[in-house]
Design a protein around this ligand. Structure first.
Ligand code: PCD
Length: 806
């Protein structure tokens, strides 16, 4: 040892392992415009497909005439449901156990539904062709309001389901009913309400919105007739599942399908499901023998692929006078649009909405969800939330505020009083979950101290008094939100997609020079997996993160995994990565023992290699072990250093957080100003604090968008009126508030590195924080609940209705 010998700190820092704010390696290409997205894929002879879409929300399709379209120079084919029927693909199964038209078959059920697919030599010719396809419609009465969907005289939307009294999730009560899902103890809950000293009841709506990633959904399908192989480049959050689904529905052998998800420009749940565009491009490629590209435009993305939310939640809480909650009762009317194409694990028709008891110790609860059809686009995706968790968090967090208002208690105090206590973990919730770990009181108190919560309440009281005296026209709201997420779907005992258990995977292969490649079943869409996954491996096996190349998204090379959504990558694939690394480490230890001529048990792992216990100078670095793995392994051992792990998590992980939004609203204009936003997140062990911060910033920005304006709205005859970024609120840096982030660390007890997911948390916690701030601002004028989104106009309207504006 001499002055040049690196210290333990230096050796550890050189790895850039877990806990390091390692710079995102993918940004080298992204910031230089060198990403490779689906639209960058250009294959020789590639054709372009585009859709004829329905202007009507509900109509019979009487006739499709493509003769003029086929005369347009460059147009090669027009595919309709009739064409698809010849290959049995006019309809496709949905993830939720329903079926969905690929192209209009006799009827259209929502505006902009796909009617015909025009294939041409370029996009312009395809568009010209679309304008020449003549479709004769017979308009039918549209059904827009979900509350009217089960009226006696409601129009029959799904004629294909005529006479079917039950669906994938049990009995149907009406021709527009999809399922009823109930959880919890009804009798006990009803009894709690009978005995209750205080109750609240409110219909809380979470409006329809859309994930709207900057890159829309797209694919290039290329069928090789000679080899009988189909290659699909696509914006897929779950490439392996797409391969299996294509194999099953197109009856192609799975090994002859190559699915490649290149760089993805944001997913947010929009890119989990399968869309008509994928099927049509594949069929078009098989028919023409040429590669076919399909790229959605913005209007198509917003109006036809995968909406989110649209939950109408009648919420009741029973409590004592002192504010101890004794029961929760929720009924959800879920508007699923024309087909039930929700992207949830198969057994969960309302996703994980039964996390609706939130962070509170409810002795009993009961939940019923009714799913209904309307003339709207299908979808129901988890837009930055783990399958309906954001709806659940919004529901309970709004309801707790309403209860606090009724009890005349501070909303933060009411929460502290009802939190699940640290010693109650693992905690069994009344609606069936087992929360792995949590320390809610510490997080909440840290939030209150850091923000100066008590002083802010005092300021609010002063402002209200000044408002009453006519000295100001500004009102102030404090939006408290405390959420518990449930991420990491999931344990095979209760989570599957079309029968495939929701495990995830990692394969690590180390090369002789102490470098390697790692592949996972997940797929980054911007989250930074290439950076963070290497960090886990670096800490686990002592090879610098820079020496590990991470590759995802190619089904030919990556081990089978269920993909990236529901913040499942860290809880599931993250665990698989650690487990695969540990297998490598175990073999490395045997090699080191052989080379150092000691027994394996005499070795201890020390940052970047193995050391003989008690003989610190006898050390073999992981780099040297890699070399040895390829030339001098112990007799009888196979050479090489690689491992695969398929990880089936024993439980979900339950990240949580305490948020506060401080907002001022001018009653005369409805204009709000988010003065301060504080977000404390606890995601257990933190892999990359910088990436976590970025995730929180992004998620909060989306929460801000949703709560304050973003909405897919239909008029009363079924037209989408927010179908472009002119009307659909997409905040830029100009509108976006400043974010203050903070954290506590409560590791997951069952995850190999103690990590929980974080990507979705800020959306789940953020939406109620904004909405509670608006509602808190108006509450002293006598309102209990104002529906989202809280744009300027609605704020002004609320002020007017409450008598604050003449
Ligand atoms: N992390 C760390 N640590 C911890 C956790 C986590 O570091 N503890 C990090 C990781 O590694 C990554 C991230 O962070 O990188 C995230 O993670 P997570 O939470 O696990 O998640 P993931 O699975 O990976 O992802 C997913 C998510 C989601 S779900 C969403 S929506 C969104 C988020 O993610 N998306 C996106 N974020 C994001 N970002 C971006 N950039 N982009 C995008 O797209 Mo869904 O369900 O799908 O709706």
């Amino acid at each position: 040892m001499n002055d040049m010998t690196p210290t333990r700190e230096q050796r550890s820092a050189a790895l850039e392992g877990m806990g390091c704010k390692r710079k995102r390696v993918e940004d080298i290409r992204f910031t230089q415009g060198k990403g490779n997205y689906v639209d960058d894929v250009k294959l020789p002879g590639m054709l372009h497909g585009d859709f004829v879409r329905s202007p009507h929300p509900h109509a019979r399709v009487k006739r499709i005439d493509d003769s003029e379209a086929l005369k347009v120079p460059g147009v090669l084919a027009v595919i309709t449901a009739e064409t698809l029927k010849t290959v049995n693909l006019a309809w496709m199964p949905t993830l939720a156990g329903d079926v969905q038209m690929v192209l209009a078959d006799g009827k259209v059920l929502f505006q902009n539904q796909e009617v015909a697919f025009v294939v041409a030599t370029d996009r312009y010719a395809a568009d010209d062709g679309i304008n020449k396809v003549i479709v004769e419609y017979e308009p039918l009465a549209p059904l827009v309001d979900p509350f009217k969907s089960m009226d006696k005289d409601a129009p029959v939307l799904r004629e294909d389901l005529a006479g079917k009294t039950s669906g994938a999730h049990g009995p149907r009560k009406h021709h527009n009913h999809i399922f009823e899902w109930t959880v919890g103890d009804k009798e006990l809950t009803d009894a709690a309400f009978k005995k209750a000293e205080v109750t609240i009841k409110e219909m809380i709506s979470y409006h329809r919105t859309h994930p709207s990633p900057l890159e829309t959904c797209q694919c290039v399908c290329s069928f090789d007739k000679i080899k009988g192989e189909l290659t699909i480049y696509g914006t897929f959050q779950a490439p392996h599942v797409i391969r299996t689904v294509v194999s099953l529905i197109a009856k192609l052998p799975e090994q002859k399908i190559h699915v490649i998800a290149p760089d993805i420009g944001g997913g947010f749940g929009n890119k989990v499901g399968a869309y008509p565009g994928y099927i049509c491009a594949a069929v078009a490629s098989i028919v023409t023998g040429k590669p076919v590209k399909w790229v959605e435009d913005r209007i198509e993305n917003l109006t036809a692929t995968s909406f989110a939310r649209d939950y109408h939640m009648t919420t009741e809480i029973a409590a004592t006078k002192e504010g101890k909650v004794t029961g929760l009762r929720v009924h959800v009317l879920a508007d699923h649009g024309a087909f039930d194409a929700c992207a949830d694990p198969s057994k969960w028709p309302a996703g994980f909405f039964n996390i609706v008891t939130g962070s509170y110790d409810f002795p009993t609860a009961h939940l019923a969800v009714d799913g209904v059809y309307t003339n709207k686009a299908p979808g129901g995706v988890a837009y930055r939330c783990s399958f309906r968790v954001t709806e659940a968090a919004y529901c309970i967090e709004r309801a707790m505020d309403i209860l606090a208002q009724k009890l005349n208690m501070d909303p933060a105090e009411l929460r502290l009083k009802n939190f699940i206590k640290p010693e109650q973990f693992p905690y069994h919730s009344a609606l069936g979950w087992e929360y792995d770990s949590g320390d809610y009181h510490t997080a909440m108190r840290k939030m209150m101290e850091t923000t100066g919560y008590a002083a802010l309440r005092k300021e609010q009281a002063d402002k209200r008094a000044a408002f009453a005296r006519g000295e100001t026209r500004e009102i102030m709201g404090l939006g408290v939100s405390f959420f518990t997420e449930i991420v990491g779907a999931g344990p095979s005992k209760n989570c599957d997609i079309l029968g495939i258990a929701m495990f995830d995977s990692c394969e690590i292969r180390l090369h002789p020079t102490g470098a390697g490649i790692a592949r996972m079943g997940t797929k980054s869409q911007g989250q930074g997996h290439e950076t963070t996954w290497a960090q886990i491996i670096a800490t686990e096996i002592g090879i610098p993160a820079d020496n590990i190349m991470v590759e995802e998204g190619n089904t030919d090379t990556a081990p089978y995994g269920l993909g990236t959504y529901g913040s499942r990558s860290t809880p599931v694939a993250g665990a698989a990565i650690a487990m695969a690394a540990r297998k490598i480490k175990a073999k490395a230890q045997m090699i080191a023992a052989y080379r150092l001529e000691v027994h394996e048990d005499d070795l201890e792992f020390d940052i970047d290699g193995f050391r003989v216990k008690g003989l610190p100078e006898k050390f073999m670095s992981m780099k040297d072990i890699c070399w040895a793995a390829y030339n001098s392994v112990p007799p009888g051992m196979e050479p090489g250093l690689e491992a695969v792990s398929y990880y089936d998590p024993p439980n979900m992980t339950y990240p949580f957080g305490a948020y506060l939004c401080v907002m001022d609203i001018d009653v005369d204009t409805g204009v709000y100003n988010v003065r301060r936003f504080y977000a404390l997140d606890d995601c257990g062990t933190r892999i990359n604090p910088m990436i976590i911060e970025g995730q929180v910033h992004g998620g909060l920005t989306e929460a801000f968008a949703i709560a304050m304006g973003q909405e897919i709205r239909y008029d009363e005859v079924g037209n989408v009126v927010t179908g472009s970024f002119m009307d659909f609120f997409m905040p830029t840096a100009v509108e976006t508030p400043h974010w203050e982030t903070d954290f506590t660390v409560t590791p997951s007890p069952h995850h190999p590195i103690g990590a929980k997911g974080v990507g979705e948390s800020p959306n789940v916690g953020g939406v109620p924080a904004f909405s509670n701030a608006v509602n808190d601002a108006f509450s002293f004028l006598g309102s209990t609940h104002i529906q989202m989104p809280h744009d300027f106009w609605r704020n002004w309207k609320a002020a007017k209705q409450l008598g604050a504006v003449a």
